[in-house]
Ligand binder design. Structure first.
Ligand SMILES: NC(=O)c1ccc[n+]([C@@H]2O[C@H](COP(=O)([O-])OP(=O)(O)OC[C@H]3O[C@@H](n4cnc5c(N)ncnc54)[C@H](OP(=O)(O)O)[C@@H]3O)[C@@H](O)[C@H]2O)c1
Length: 326
């Protein structure tokens, strides 16, 4: 591609998802032309202004016109073990990425920004934090499929085109009926357990969107960037949510979406909480008791990436949470 089009064009896979819909809104607000991939069954919500391409991430015929002529291809379509079996997970995450890259190779495309997961990295030995270099042996089909997809993206960046990979940690924000709804319910419900083992990096969805745009603007081709947030023990995260929403355990029902989307997670905590709490599948359950903390230093230094504290993201998420259960 010779240079950016005016207005710039973005192609977004996973445009109807939690992160993708937020990214589309931001791109539209910033004046981009936005093409979104959606399936016939996808809920497009209130996303107005997106040029929809209906199909599947495994369908090359749909992908070609989606990406051809795009300055940026944000590849976010993905699926976890909480909503599909291992074969489908591999198909969508690994093969889907392969199809997207094929379409990009065939077309005239600027930069591909691939959204993987921090789960392909883990703190090594006694280290407190993981960074991009801490490549971990994948646990389960989700991590394995993302790791394989990362290799495909690296190879594409080496030989065919321009691509960068971002690794968000656990994303918190409105519209996420899984992790966010669970964490909020723990902060406001009297019935939730007071003490949980382990910890994680929690990043606001708006910060991840900033990171995606920064990776497009300033990332180096072939590089990987962790997009993390605050590293918190579960206890600390839950108590800070409780403090932010007024400190009194609200009498709020858990939304059906939270229960529906919870998916298989750390069983020991599930048993205590009588609810699924961790953003892990069954195979990854042992990780739930660890502190999975991440450093976003590279993204900060090279992309100018910044994240805000959990409190900054709670009000918007809480507003959504309360509306969801009415
Ligand atoms: N949420 C997190 O904490 C987190 C953390 C790290 C990385 N990530 C990664 O970030 C990306 C977005 O996550 P998210 O939380 O926004 O997930 P999400 O809400 O489940 O959205 C997934 C998106 O992928 C689409 N999709 C799934 N299978 C598809 C297929 N076969 N063809 C076309 N589209 C398909 C979905 O379409 P439908 O609307 O039709 O279902 C949806 O738009 C994923 O790649 C995920 O692995 C997420």
């Amino acid at each position: 591609m010779t240079g950016p089009t005016d207005p710039p064009i973005a192609a977004v896979t996973g445009a109807t998802g939690f992160l993708g819909s937020r990214l589309c809104r931001r791109l539209l607000a910033d004046g981009w032309t936005v093409r979104g991939l959606c399936r016939p069954t996808s809920d497009r919500g209130d996303l107005e202004g997106v040029e929809w391409h209906v199909g599947d991430v495994l369908d090359t015929e749909t992908l070609r016109p989606l990406v051809d002529g795009a300055d940026a291809v944000f590849h976010l379509a993905g699926i976890g073990l909480w909503s599909a079996g291992p074969e489908t997970v591999r198909e969508v995450n690994r093969d889907g990425t392969e199809r997207v890259l094929e379409a990009c190779r065939d077309g005239d495309v600027g930069r591909v920004v691939f959204t993987s997961t921090s789960g392909t990295r883990r703190p090594q030995g006694d280290a407190d934090f993981a960074d991009e270099t801490d490549v971990a042996e994948p646990i389960g089909a989700y991590q394995a499929s993302k790791a394989e997809a990362e290799d495909l993206v690296d190879r594409y960046a080496d030989t065919d085109g321009d691509a960068v990979t971002v690794h968000p940690t656990s994303i918190f924000g409105p519209g996420d009926g899984a992790f966010t709804a669970q964490l909020l319910s723990m902060g406001v419900e009297r019935t939730m357990p007071a003490h949980l083992p382990g910890g994680l990096s929690i990043v606001g969805v708006s910060d991840v969107v900033d990171g995606l745009l920064a990776a497009y603007d300033r990332g180096t081709a072939g590089e990987h960037y962790i997009l993390g947030g605050e590293n918190l023990t579960y206890d600390r995260a839950v108590s800070r949510i409780a403090e932010t929403v007024g400190g009194s355990p609200a009498r709020i029902r858990v939304p059906a979406t939270a229960i529906h989307a919870a998916g298989p997670v750390a069983e020991v905590v599930d048993a205590v909480a009588d609810r699924r709490v961790f953003p892990f599948d069954r195979e990854m359950a042992t990780l739930a008791t660890r502190r999975l903390f991440y450093s976003s230093r590279k993204a900060s230094e090279e992309l100018g990436y910044e994240y805000r504290p959990l409190e900054a993201h709670v009000p918007e998420a809480m507003e959504w949470y309360q509306a969801e259960i009415r």
